[in-house]
Design a protein. Structure first.
Length: 66
């Protein structure tokens, strides 16, 4: 089982400041929407091999800008 968590924030630094790799997760900023909301993903270490292809799909589905 792998997990990917999507976070939406108003500030680009909200998630980056709280990033903690000791929990076995990788954080990645994936972009912002037209309303100015920023999106991050926490990906478990087990899921990181699937992340590159999943990232493209998520960005496209949410219509995000980098």
């Amino acid at each position: 089982v792998v997990s990917i968590q999507l976070w939406q924030t108003e500030s680009e630094s909200d998630i980056a400041e709280s990033d903690n790799k000791s929990d076995g997760k990788i954080s990645d900023y994936i972009g912002r929407d037209t309303g100015g909301q920023h999106y991050y993903i926490y990906v478990s270490e087990k899921a990181k091999e699937f992340w590159p292809s999943a990232k493209k799909d998520i960005i496209s589905s949410l219509n995000l800008k980098s």
